[in-house]
Design a protein around this ligand. Structure first.
Ligand SMILES: [Zn+2]
Length: 54
């Protein structure tokens, strides 16, 4: 499982955890998030702006 990080605020989406507030269950892979996904913390960054965390 991978983690993706918002370049604006540092919000981290962890595929293993998902995001209950956004309605994504634990284990939801990044590719399954909608293309219009925006960062839930800053609402600035779109899905394509997120960077894969090593
Ligand atoms: Zn953000």
């Amino acid at each position: 499982m991978s983690q993706y990080v918002c370049p604006e605020c540092g919000y981290r989406y962890d595929e293993a955890v998902g995001d209950a507030h956004m309605g994504f269950a634990a284990g939801t892979p990044w590719v399954d998030l909608p293309e219009d996904f925006v960062c839930p913390d800053c609402a600035i960054s779109y899905k394509e702006d997120f960077t894969l965390s090593k």
